[in-house]
Design a protein around this ligand. Structure first.
Ligand code: FAD
Ligand code: A2P
Length: 385
């Protein structure tokens, strides 16, 4: 993006402190070290930012995609930005990029409800998806939102845990992918499902009772959840029915894929592209929506499950399943009409990208060059946590 409007005016890149969940993806993606942070805010140094947009595609809330026209020499300083609770008002219509979004994706509504002005949604269903006997408690939570809460598949909502943090502020919202298509869960408008794992340990396996996931998993029908959003534009699906979707996920990463599959299922007679799903879980009993996926109409979706903890069977991850289907994956990577979505465990991201690299190498394709093109053309979308 050309940030130089004229000799006098600059398009200044800013991060919305109200939407930012401080996940650090922008700072680690910035090639010019223009993004920094303190314990309060992530901010952009106007002198270092060149408008390359490398930071845009990883941001799960869209907090990163904010621009203000300012006079050169009067740009907001880093020190000023570190003190903000809100962005300064925009002159005219706030600009958003469409960097990395499929060309045929619908334009999403974003951030209609915020931490300061959340929506009170009513819980209408809370159902355990994993076997009662299994250690992992993953739940299907259905919320009734408001008439004007219009999400698209691939967007997330924020949930605000009750209570205050040590500094006396409201807790930061946690993001959850919407697991329902834009027309509503089970076709009921305004109803959206979440697929939430109750966090009981940290990523190192030490006991840790996750604040927000436990709050949500304990909500009973009739209870109120305070939600924000809809958030994000980096995981949107193409609306073009001739496109193919290659979906790769683990655990709760199925949520946005469920929404996309349901959206395509509703338009079944118009779809000429393919729906291909690689999905990893510990066992069939611990795989959210296992029965629902098996019940999809014959020929609609090509599903490949990878189970890591089935007695008597070798551990298998999604990246192993990708390697077992080299020809299919090569076709998907090379097909300009195929859009690739990756969601779930952070640890899986590197494994899947390494599998892509290996598969490309064996086919004489330069993965690094291809990966850049895939991202630029909105064909590779990653949401891991
Ligand atoms: P906290 O009290 O905030 O503790 C977080 C700590 O718990 C982490 O530091 C980590 O050590 C540990 N931890 C263990 N397992 C996890 C895990 N699976 N995720 C995060 N931290 C973990 N979660 C879902 O269950 N379903 C979703 O559909 C979903 N979608 C997401 C979409 C996006 C774009 C992002 C960024 C995250 C998503 N998450 C989802 C994760 C979710 O936002 C929370 O991070 C998670 O529920 C933990 O929040 P908590 O308040 O319970 O834990
Ligand atoms: P594992 O048996 O090693 O935990 P979870 O149930 O914790 O959400 O995980 C979902 C699935 O993702 C499990 O099968 C888990 O296997 C698997 N998994 C864990 N780490 C990775 C990784 N680095 N790459 C791919 N899959 C992984």
């Amino acid at each position: 993006m050309d940030i130089n409007i004229s000799d006098d005016l600059l398009k200044q890149h800013l991060i919305d402190p109200e939407l930012c969940i401080r996940c650090d993806t922008c700072e680690s993606a910035c090639p010019s070290n223009a993004i920094t942070h303190d314990i309060r805010n992530y901010v952009v140094d106007a002198d270092a930012c060149n408008g390359c947009l490398e930071c845009i595609s990883g941001c799960p809330t869209g907090a990163i995609d904010n621009w203000r026209t300012v006079h050169r020499g009067a740009a907001y300083t880093v020190a000023e930005q570190l003190g903000w609770d809100h962005l300064p008002p925009a002159m005219g219509v706030a600009e958003k990029t469409r960097q990395g979004i499929p060309a045929s994706a619908a334009t999403p509504m974003e951030n209609a409800y915020t931490r300061e002005a959340p929506l009170r949604a009513i819980v209408v269903e809370n159902r355990r998806l994993t076997a009662e006997t299994s250690a992992s408690d993953i739940r299907h939570i259905v919320l009734e939102a408001a008439d004007d809460f219009a999400w698209l598949e691939g967007q997330s909502i924020g949930v605000l845990p009750p209570g205050l943090d040590a500094a006396g502020h409201r807790h930061m919202m946690r993001l959850y992918s919407v697991a329902s298509p834009r027309g509503g869960d089970s076709g009921i408008k305004n109803r959206l499902a979440l697929t939430v794992k109750r966090v009981l340990e940290d990523h190192e396996g030490k006991p840790h009772r996750g604040l927000c996931s436990n709050h949500i998993c304990d909500l009973q029908p009739g209870a109120v959840a305070e939600i924000t959003g809809p958030h994000g534009r980096n995981f949107l699906m193409p609306d073009d029915p001739s496109t193919t979707l290659l979906m790769i996920c683990t655990g709760t990463g199925i949520a946005p894929m469920r929404a996309m599959l349901a959206q395509r299922l509703q338009r079944l007679h118009t779809i000429s592209g393919r729906q291909i799903l690689f999905y990893g879980a510990r066992t069939p009993e611990e795989m959210p929506y296992h029965a629902e996926l098996l019940a999809l109409p014959r020929g609609f979706a090509e599903t490949e499950f990878a189970f890591s903890r089935v007695d008597g069977q070798p551990k298998r991850y999604v990246q192993d399943a990708l390697r077992d289907h080299t020809a299919l994956v090569t076709n998907c990577l090379s097909d300009e009409n195929c859009y690739i979505y990756l969601c779930g465990l952070k640890g899986m991201e590197a494994g899947v990208l390494a599998a892509f690299e290996e598969i490309c190498r064996n086919s004489g394709i330069d993965w690094h060059e291809l990966a850049g093109k895939l991202k630029h053309n909105g064909r590779l979308h990653v949401e891991t946590y």
